[in-house]
Design a protein around this ligand. Structure first.
Ligand SMILES: [Mg+2]
Length: 436
């Protein structure tokens, strides 16, 4: 072989390795499917990775993933960009795919739709590995570290993040979900209007912690740059009502959805001191780690930071700067199960407890449970009982049952549930498929 031909062959091999990483042995990814369930949760994107691995226990090995927010953009990233790496590649080379795609995402600051697409892929790859080995993912991650996973109820209602009848394709702005209306499981409405009744109902159902979003409407009316004493009184009123009704039988948390500037956030925090919350979360806008540190220094209540940080580098900065009493992670935003575990373990170095986020889809919850089952530092998994009861049954093939404020460790192999196959229908206008 001439030197020129050898060099050509070397670069051809290097190129194919970089583009495909078709490592010998593993089953290949042969198709990527996505669909946006506009009729159920229009901000969600559901993903399936098909393989040539055949079946396990008579069930085809198909990886399931999801992410939440700007689903059309995530679909474009998957089909028009990441498919070049994934189709034909080894479905078990999880870390290789993660690192390859991550480095290309962050090459131009792509921590939005790009990282959400990578998150969905990572969930699906772990699901495939769990199915191939016939084990739940938490076993592959070294679990169990507990028998049950403590959960709390976030007070969203069935229509928060769900389909709006008048605008079925509109997903809404982040943190601007529906307040809802009176009725069963209308926890957002009830947390504002009948908070004592709701606390009693949750206690009777076994919950020991609940999170309220009572300052959202104040931001929506006044913009978050400043906040009046009357607004403060309105925002903390549900917390006082709960304390008066049930005392400290239930832990209380406030999520501000990243709406407030520093002086307003500090004023809210000072008003919350009497409530003695378990934590306050994202009351401050998450722009600046140094301001987060200032906020925690002045707040006088524990501060949770923040599913909005998204990258491990920013979580490290928040921990280094002592801006967090708790670290909150959304596995379908930060880069999947792989990156969630790394961030959770990073937080353990600092002895900062970890919270797993939900309100963004059933596989987000299942991925959080896999982390909670395998990382001792996780202290709570967020749940929205209204979503578990009214939205998730339209998406997954199993029911999740919160018992005495806990969820069991996932028992089935892989990620623990399957997305309903009928959702991936060519009749759906958002359905897309890329194949070998
Ligand atoms: Mg939150």
């Amino acid at each position: 072989m001439s030197q020129t031909k050898a060099i050509d062959r070397f670069f051809a091999l290097a190129s194919s390795t970089k583009e495909r990483h078709a490592f010998a042995g593993g089953p290949r990814i042969v198709a990527i499917e996505t669909v946006i369930p506009f009729d159920v949760m229009p901000g969600l994107i559901l993903v399936r990775l098909h393989t040539d691995a055949g079946t396990v226990g008579g069930v085809p090995v198909i990886g399931h993933g999801e992410s939440y927010y700007l689903p059309e953009a995530v679909a474009a990233v998957l089909h028009e960009w990441m498919s070049a790496r994934l189709l034909g590649a080894d479905a078990t080379a999880i870390e290789s795919h993660w690192r390859f795609l991550y480095e290309r995402c962050i090459a131009f600051g792509g921590t939005g739709a790009e990282l959400r697409a990578l998150s969905a892929v990572d969930l699906a790859l772990w699901d495939i590995l769990g199915q191939l080995t016939d084990r739940p993912i938490w076993k592959l991650l070294g679990g169990p570290v507990r028998d049950w996973i403590p959960v709390y109820n976030s007070c969203g209602g069935p229509s928060y993040g769900g389909r709006k009848l008048e605008e079925p394709r509109r997903q809404g702005w982040p943190g601007h979900g529906d307040l809802g209306k009176p009725g069963h499981l209308q926890d957002n409405w009830s947390s504002i209007n009948t908070p004592g009744d709701l606390a009693e109902e949750l206690l009777a159902a076994g919950y020991r912690a609940m999170k309220l979003w009572s300052f959202d409407r104040i931001y929506q009316e006044s913009g978050g740059q400043r906040i009046t004493h009357a607004d403060i009184a309105q925002g903390v009123a549900p917390f006082h009502a709960i304390r008066e009704r049930v005392g400290k039988k239930i832990e209380l948390m406030l999520d501000g959805h990243g709406f407030f500037a520093l002086p307003a956030a500090l004023r809210i925090a000072h008003a919350m001191r009497d409530i003695d919350p378990l934590w306050m979360e994202d009351v401050l806008r998450p722009d600046c780690i140094e301001t987060m540190r200032q906020f925690r220094e002045g707040a006088g209540v524990p501060i949770a930071v923040s599913e909005m940080l998204v990258t491990r580098g920013l979580y490290r900065q928040a921990l280094d700067r002592q801006a967090a009493d708790y670290v909150m992670i959304d596995p379908t935003w930060v880069g999947g199960i792989s990156e969630s575990k790394r961030i959770a373990e990073l937080a353990q170095v600092y002895n900062v407890p970890v919270l797993m986020h939900d309100c963004t889809g059933p596989l987000t919850l299942m991925a959080g449970l896999q982390i909670a089952a395998s990382v001792p530092g996780v202290t709570y998994q967020e749940t929205v009982r209204a979503h578990i009861a009214t939205i998730y049954p339209h998406l997954i093939d199993d029911q999740l049952q919160v018992q005495e404020g806990h969820l069991p460790l996932p028992k089935r192999n892989g990620i623990g549930i399957r997305l309903l196959p009928q959702l991936f229908s060519t009749d759906q206008p958002s359905y897309r498929k890329s194949s070998l």
